[in-house]
Write a protein that binds this ligand. Structure first.
Ligand code: NAP
Ligand code: MG
Length: 487
């Protein structure tokens, strides 16, 4: 055995650290706003800090976009829409999108490090999921830009105009790609508002847009907090609002949009059920459960956060799950061996802690992985609750952290009833050897996305979105174009 492998007291292999270099991020001390193709002088704005949640230390300062900044961005987007972008042939718009996709690939390593530093998610995920998928979205929609007449929305569908787009902190670059790529392909121009705790990858993307020579104003990136987002939603100059975030803020935005009659799509929260039948292959099931809830620290709207297991195999699933959780590597997000990184913010850690305490108080049985947590930054050990009843808060509310709630069922009808017993409807998973049973269950689940014998699979060709309180509209696929066309 080489020196770099040691057997830990838990019996699993311990790996020597394999950190990616933080220097690859090439961060500036401060960032201005990206409006009309240029970065504004940071010192001309109120500056706020973004932190590295793995250490709690500041990474950089960035501008809090004011109402007048939002106004400048919307005007620039309007001008670019009317003077350049709307009337550019689709084949020309496609060239820009292909260029952006290639530049994301060229700067992939830098983007992965920036995203990991700012968000706290493991480098293995940013490197293998977030960044490649962001590039894939631009490639995919580049292909549509000159074929809109074949998308099923009429021979020559028209864009909507200026889109105001607001994204959350859990997949900052990927959500920016989900928003920008279809909007641009369809001929709209954009004002994008990244989340308060994770502005940096969108600012690197702004540099990429400059590198790609995208005409000024076609995309504007206005960093800031909720007030910046609210100013964007309320601006009379936008034709469309696309929002991804919490159901609570989504409701507020819907009220504002209803008063103006503008187009709206909402991608909101979820409380996904991962349903395991007794005939499912348990080794694969355990990996699917782990991926469903611990991917991205559980900061995933479509997380499989409610585990529904057929009673006959529930004890066995729980036993294996706990053993597997003890093997997860929790720690330095820049380490290539890390499975679970830092919680994104102190606020989010407080929310997770509060709900976990409620779970214990209400009588559910808590098991947390026996991992050592770093002594600075924001961390939560992978946790599973058993003995959960449907009335417990941990079975009903979105925890948005590495916390799983396990319930049991005896019949397919009961599994479906429990899975649908939520106001949300974003995603579900079904695990069974029998295709007929999987289809029977899938037809009855109220969710926008259903995975069979897998979980958290994303592809730009495949539409993603919710029903009920998880929102409306689709991102990805041909359907994702509809959100940005006047149809
Ligand atoms: P959030 O508080 O709703 O924030 C989302 C975005 O909206 C952020 O950029 C936020 O800015 C901005 N914002 C806050 N208040 C606003 C207002 N009054 N008007 C306009 N914009 C406003 O959500 P979050 O906590 O960042 O994200 C987690 C939530 O997003 C979870 O519920 C999750 O399920 C959901 N989510 C859904 C999907 C999906 O596709 N369905 C994907 C990812 C996440 P600040 O950051 O400055 O507050
Ligand atoms: Mg940050």
């Amino acid at each position: 055995m080489s020196d770099s492998f040691l057997v830990s007291p838990l019996g699993s292999l311990e790996y020597a650290p394999a950190p990616e270099s933080a220097a690859l991020a090439r961060l500036s001390d401060s960032y201005g706003l990206f409006i009309d193709g240029r970065f504004s002088d940071p010192e001309s704005h109120e500056l706020v800090e973004t932190l590295n949640p793995a250490t709690g230390e500041p990474l950089a300062r960035y501008a809090r976009g004011s109402t007048s900044d939002v106004d400048a961005a919307v005007r620039s987007a309007r001008h670019a829409y009317e003077s350049v972008w709307r009337d550019l042939p689709g084949s020309e718009r496609a060239k820009y999108l292909f260029r952006i996709a290639r530049l994301i690939q060229e700067r992939a390593r830098e983007l992965a490090v920036v995203e990991t530093l700012d968000n706290g998610k493991p480098i293995r995920e940013t490197r293998d999921v977030d960044v490649p998928l962001a590039a894939a979205h631009f490639f995919y929609y580049a292909g549509w830009a000159d074929k809109l007449g074949y998308a099923g929305y009429g021979a020559a569908p028209r864009p909507l105009g200026v889109a105001g787009q607001i994204i959350p902190w859990n997949f900052p670059l990927l959500m920016a790609a989900w928003k920008l790529a279809p909007a641009l392909a369809a001929g709209n121009t954009c004002v994008l508002k990244p989340a308060e705790t994770t502005p940096l990858s969108a600012l690197v993307l702004a540099e990429i847009l400059q590198q790609a020579d995208l005409p000024p104003g076609v995309v504007n990136i206005v960093t800031g907090d909720g007030t910046t987002g609210a100013a964007l939603v309320a601006h009379p100059g936008i034709d469309k609002v696309a929002f991804t975030g919490s159901t609570e803020v989504g409701r507020r935005i819907q009220r504002t949009a209803a008063q103006t009659g503008r187009h709206l799509t909402l991608e909101l929260g979820g409380k996904g059920a991962n349903i395991v039948f007794e005939d499912a292959p348990l080794d694969e099931v355990i990996e699917g459960i782990i991926d469903g809830i611990f991917f991205n620290q559980g900061h995933v709207c479509c997380a499989g956060s409610r585990l529904l297991v057929e009673e006959s195999v529930a004890d066995e699933v729980l036993r294996r799950l706990r053993r597997r959780m003890d093997q997860l590597r929790v720690g330095d997000p820049l380490d290539k061996n890390t499975d679970v990184g830092a919680v994104n913010s102190a606020t989010q850690l407080d929310k997770i802690t509060e709900l976990v305490e409620a779970g214990e108080r209400e009588g559910a049985l808590r098991y947390s992985a026996s991992c050592a947590l770093p002594d600075r930054g924001y961390w939560f050990a992978p946790t599973v609750f058993s003995n959960v009843s449907q009335t417990h808060r941990i079975a009903r509310e979105e925890i948005f952290g590495p916390v799983l709630s396990m319930l049991t069922f005896r019949t397919p009808d009961e599994a479906v009833a429990k899975a649908n017993n939520t106001p949300y409807g974003l995603a579900c998973g079904v695990w069974s050897e029998k295709g007929s049973r999987t289809l029977w269950v899938a037809e009855r689940l109220k969710a926008g996305v259903i995975w069979a014998n897998t979980y958290n699979q994303f592809d730009p060709t495949s539409p993603f979105g919710g029903v009920r309180e998880s929102g409306f509209g689709r991102e990805g696929g041909r359907q994702g174009l509809e959100a940005y066309l006047d149809v």
